[in-house]
Design a protein around this ligand. Structure first.
Ligand code: G3P
Ligand code: CA
Length: 257
């Protein structure tokens, strides 16, 4: 069930559950990742930050408010303190009692079952690639035999370079950022940072950038799309993968396409 990441899929595209099946479950939790797999996703996307004692944990925002019972910066909490928080009740009372997962917990579930896009959040990235968040995550991925079934990504291009220096074969995508990239096309950036792929918002996926990605043969994954018409257009455009909060909906659109 693990997709061939670098094959442009003529039968449709890779279904990536953004923060898990986050339309139906609290985002970035085991419930959302297991739900995504049950709904037919081929890859789960998650966000990595570091606890104050240096453990890679899965959470999107630098601050805990909104998606957990905690307050303030996640990076100020030890893993033990984070595990005491509730990460489900904000979404629905029925999910009360579920916790922020570590990256290791998600990899233990995903190994042999589903591919994983690991986004290293800028807040976790430093100039220390070796010994930093990149090396910690890479070691975990290797430990679970997932090093050819993950796609790392980051808006912080230091992380892209660090990962490729640590393991040139591990798949890494550069997250395209129009404001930081100026007029540079994604193909140029992907080559400069030795990335394997490009992740891009559907808002920035215009004709010029699409042609640039295709003419350079760069796999590209477009986020975050929950509308069927937009999914259909991206399928017509031949994208490699689509991030969605509703993997069941994307599967249904691919079936009809
Ligand atoms: O990697 C695609 C997407 O997840 C990036 O945006 O804010 O949802 O992490 P964000
Ligand atoms: Ca993300």
């Amino acid at each position: 069930r693990l997709p061939a990441l670098y094959k442009h899929n003529e039968d449709g595209c890779i279904v990536i559950a953004h923060r898990g099946a986050s339309a139906y479950y609290p985002e970035n939790t085991m419930a959302a990742f297991k739900g995504a797999e049950e709904l037919g996703a081929e890859m789960i996307e998650l966000d990595v930050l570091l606890s104050s004692d240096g453990v890679p944990v899965v959470f999107h925002d630098a601050k805990l408010e909104g998606h957990s019972s905690g307050k303030g910066l996640l990076s100020g909490y030890t893993l033990r303190q984070l595990k005491a928080l509730d990460a489900g009740a904000w979404f629905d009372k029925g999910f009360k009692g579920i916790h922020i997962p570590t990256l290791e917990e998600v990899l233990a579930f995903a190994a042999g079952t589903i591919a994983v896009n690991i986004e290293l959040k800028t807040e976790a990235v430093t100039d220390r690639g070796s010994g930093g968040v990149e090396e910690k995550c890479l070691r975990l991925v290797e430990e679970y035999g997932m090093d050819r079934h993950v796609l790392f990504s980051s808006f912080d291009y230091r992380a892209v370079s660090h990962l490729k220096a640590l393991d040139p074969a591990v798949p890494v995508a550069l997250l395209y950022n129009r404001s930081a990239s100026g007029k540079r096309l994604p193909g140029e950036l992907v080559k400069q940072y030795k990335a394997d792929a490009c992740n891009m918002s559907y808002r920035q996926f215009n004709t010029k950038r699409r042609r640039d990605l295709n003419s350079n043969g760069i796999p590209h994954f477009i986020y975050t799309v929950d509308h069927p018409n937009r999914m259909w257009k991206l399928l017509d455009a031949g994208v490699t993968g689509i991030f969605t909060n509703k993997p069941d909906l994307l599967k249904a659109v691919i079936d009809q396409w």
